[in-house]
Design a protein around this ligand. Structure first.
Ligand code: DCP
Ligand code: CA
Ligand code: CA
Length: 362
């Protein structure tokens, strides 16, 4: 027996995320087979409601194929702002328990609650509280998995989906993994699954018959990983990955700016710096944020959201100057000026890239 106490890891994943948001916001869609995205001839579906899944409709399926499987399928355009809002809401719930939150995408995250803000002993209790709060605040359901590491928690959250909780206790880990189908192993995609089946591996028990060397030969780094994982060993930490939510530049001036022209010059300077910095990182934003600190240290922020992503210096300056019009600084003068972008393109992308950062063997 190891003397190190087990970690308490929770994985939370929203049920039928995009389609549930659409059904929540448009009651006419409730109980109906719907798909988000994919209505154009060439498009693929982002998400399918549970009603649509009964017909075999799945994420990433071409819309035309989905319409064939389910002729009365309703196609709904996506609304990323709405999904992001829910994503922010669920992350706020998580943050009430721990700062060790690792989002894998907009609708799911790992949490390490071994130590937690409310000093709760039971991770099961925390998972239930989180699921209840998510439902109260978003009118949407989430499923959760609770176990001793990320691999097991992730698999567990899928077992009683939708609106379910699954706990894999330390003494259940071995038997749980032995009977688990290989397709359910986190990280085993289609190609790996096919290779494994060709090797006679259909369950965790089958996988255990292979040595680390044999698995490493066939699957490289992933082989070594899965050798340990099927024995309940996965010591990867929950990494609180900060996804950048904004970018900005600011300057404090030696002498306060009093005239409109001096503010305009200063702003132009800042937006050029902002543009360079954003362009270097391929960052675009939809919201322009302006920060003023007056001579008396009073700070004021203003922002404006436009209808497309940009990092263009002239456009940012133009929008900033519109905001400046509404601010009276003539008396106190401006001590500090800042300009930035938020609502970033990279935020969305980061969320989806993370899903595929898992070490796959193929
Ligand atoms: N998504 C996407 N493209 C994919 C897969 C998913 O755009 N190929 C989007 C739509 C999903 C959301 O991400 O609603 C979350 O993906 P999940 O895999 O968690 O699937 P769902 O939440 O839709 O369903 P489940 O209840 O099975 O988790
Ligand atoms: Ca989900
Ligand atoms: Ca998910």
């Amino acid at each position: 027996m190891s003397t190190v106490p087990h970690r308490k890891i929770i994985h939370v994943d929203m049920d039928a995320f995009f389609t549930s948001v659409e059904q929540r916001d448009n009651p006419a869609l409730k109980g109906k087979p719907i798909a988000v995205g994919g209505s154009s001839k060439r498009g693929v579906i982002a998400a399918a409601s549970y009603e649509a899944r009964k017909y075999g409709v799945r994420s990433a399926m071409p819309g035309a194929q989905a319409a064939k499987l389910c002729p009365h399928l309703i196609f709904v355009p996506h609304r990323f702002d709405a999904y992001r809002e829910v994503s922010d809401q669920i992350r706020e719930v998580f943050a009430e328990y721990t700062d060790l939150i690792e989002p894998l995408s907009l609708d799911e995250a790992f949490l390490d609650v071994t130590e937690n803000k409310l000093q709760l002993k039971s991770a099961i209790n925390i998972a239930n509280q989180i699921r209840r709060k998510i439902e109260e605040r978003t009118q949407l359901t989430a499923s959760a998995g609770v176990s001793i590491n990320k691999f097991l928690a992730k698999i567990a959250s899928d077992v009683n989906k939708p609106n379910g909780l699954t706990v894999i206790m330390p003494d259940e880990v071995e038997s749980f993994l032995e009977q688990l189908e290989i397709d359910k192993f986190f990280g085993v995609g289609k190609a790996t699954s096919a290779k494994m089946k060709a090797m006679g591996i259909f369950t965790g028990a089958d996988l255990k018959k292979y040595s680390m060397v044999e698995l490493a030969e066939r699957f490289g780094k992933f082989g070594r990983y899965i050798y340990n994982a099927v024995r309940g060993e996965d010591n990867r930490p929950v990494k609180a990955n900060r996804i950048r939510k904004s970018i900005s530049k600011e300057t404090t001036y030696d002498t306060n700016l009093i005239t409109y022209d001096s503010v305009k010059d200063a702003l132009q300077n800042l937006t050029i710096q902002l543009h360079k910095s954003a362009a270097k990182r391929n960052i675009l934003g939809r919201t322009i944020n302006l920060k003023f600190r007056f001579g008396d240290f009073q700070t004021l922020t203003r922002s404006k959201t436009i209808n497309h992503f940009t990092n263009d210096a002239d456009l940012i300056t133009k929008v900033s100057l519109e905001l400046v019009e509404e601010i009276d600084f003539s008396e106190k003068g401006v001590r500090l000026l800042g300009v930035g972008l938020s609502n970033l393109n990279t935020e969305l992308k980061a969320n989806y890239q993370l899903v595929f950062n898992f070490p796959e063997g193929n």
